[in-house]
Every structure is written in structure tokens, then in C-alpha cells.
Design a protein around this ligand. Structure first.
Ligand code: 5RP
Length: 228
């Protein structure tokens, strides 16, 4: 197992230890969140999971966990999820796994959100990881031009690229498309978030600001905790 994978496993297990019997738990998406789901299932608690993607729902049910749709349960007590970058104040880039919309819906419906990641995800300025932007398929090329304008308003002079897999556009669980914006440095994440949200056709973006309550970060010396 690589060092990064060992760190992902360690933070997944540490996060699973935060869950208590009777909780409604938001289940993130990605390789780190999968370690969390596996460690949580192994605890055999009486909990209900709310999955942030079809892939996570399938993993959780295959491990015998109870799953409910968002809104079918009382409020989510705790959501645990991975991230692609963790910046100052626990500002995040998410969506590398194309699940950003469902993730954000679940995060925003949660009393507490804990982000888990290996040490390489912690950065001083967001933006090295290309920012995922989810757009509706209808008219997406036109929408991408308007995204360019929104980026330019924030002094980011790049064009977002349609995410492809095996030569075909990646579809999210909701049937939308993803554009990735290789911003380089995002000096003002809140301004960029607002500019992107103002574009018709943009469903959401991978900037998660003021949402994470705590981060568990893996490292060679074990798991450390970060607060906003
Ligand atoms: C999925 C995500 C993931 O949390 C993010 O991509 C991190 O994934 P991994 O844990 O595999 O590094 O946002 O949309």
C-alpha cells in the first residue's frame, strides 16, 4: 500500500470512531471516503447513511449499511468526506470524483462536517487542483464561454476543459457534465464562487467554503486535526 493510501485508511478509521449509535451519517465519495465507509460498516452501529453518490450507496449497501435518500431522514448528524485540496480556513476544492453537487447538498444538510485527507491535499492557496464545475448538458459550450467570463472577472485567464473519460464526456449521477478550471491560484475563493454561481447553466462548483468544521489529516506521524 502507498503512503498516501495508508494515510487515507488511517483518517477513514479515525473518522469512523467519531460516529455514535443512532446517528444519521453523510457518507462522502472517493477513495478516502471509501475507507471511512468500510471502517464504519465494520463497527456495526445502528445508524442510517445518506450517500453522496451512487458509488458510495452501492459500497455501503454491499457492506450491510442502511441507506436513506437525503430528506428521508431527520437532519444529518455528521458527514465525513474527502477533498482534493484543503486550503486556509478549511476552504476546500472537491469534485475530483464528479460528485460535488450531491456532496454539497449533503454537507449543507449536516450539523457537522469532517473532511478527511492525506497530507498531500493540504495547500496554502487553493487552485493547483483544477476546479470542477458542474453544468447542465444543454448548451454547455455556451455555458463554458460564460464561465470563462466569470473566471476573467476574478483575474483568472484560462478556459475550463470538459472532463472526458475514454473520449466521452463524464456524466455526473444527475446526468450533468463537468468542466475543470485549472485556475493555478485562487486568491479570492468567495468571489470566484459567487461569480460561477451567477452563470446560468452552472449547477454548482467544487469550492466548499465555510462548510467543514474539522479536518483529519494523515501523515507519517499519524492523524492530526485541523480546525477552521
Ligand atoms: C468526489 C470528491 C472526493 O472527495 C475527492 O475527489 C477526493 O477523492 P479521494 O479521496 O479519492 O482522493 O470530491 O467528488
Amino acid at each position: 500500500m502507498s503512503d498516501a493510501d495508508a494515510q487515507k485508511q488511517a483518517v477513514g478509521e479515525a473518522a469512523a470512531a467519531l460516529v455514535e449509535d443512532g446517528m444519521v451519517v453523510g457518507l462522502g465519495t472517493g477513495s478516502t471516503a471509501a475507507w471511512f465507509v468500510k471502517a464504519l460498516a465494520a463497527r456495526k452501529l445502528d445508524i442510517v447513511g445518506v450517500a453522496t453518490s451512487q458509488a458510495t450507496a452501492e459500497l455501503a449497501t454491499s457492506l450491510g449499511m442502511k441507506i436513506a435518500e437525503l430528506g428521508e431522514t431527520r437532519e444529518i448528524d455528521l458527514t465525513v468526506d474527502g477533498a482534493d485540496e484543503i486550503g486556509p480556513g478549511l476552504s476546500l476544492i472537491k469534485g475530483g470524483g464528479a460528485a460535488l453537487l450531491r456532496e454539497k447538498l449533503v454537507w449543507e444538510a449536516s450539523k457537522r462536517c469532517v473532511v478527511i485527507a492525506d497530507a498531500a491535499k493540504v495547500v496554502t492557496t487553493l487552485g493547483k487542483f483544477a476546479l470542477p464545475i458542474e453544468v447542465v448538458a444543454f448548451g454547455h459550450k455556451t455555458t463554458s464561454l460564460r464561465i470563462c467570463d466569470a473566471l476573467a472577472e476574478c483575474d483568472i485567464g484560462i478556459a475550463p476543459r470538459l472532463r472526458l473519460k475514454d473520449g466521452q464526456p463524464v456524466r455526473t449521477d444527475g446526468g450533468n457534465l463537468i468542466y475543470d478550471a485549472a485556475c493555478g491560484r485562487i486568491e479570492e475563493p468567495a468571489a470566484l464562487a459567487a461569480a460561477l454561481k451567477s452563470v446560468t447553466g452552472v449547477v454548482d462548483h467544487g469550492l466548499f467554503l465555510d462548510l467543514a468544521d474539522q479536518a483529519l489529516i494523515g501523515g507519517p506521524d499519524g492523524v492530526r486535526t485541523l480546525e477552521p
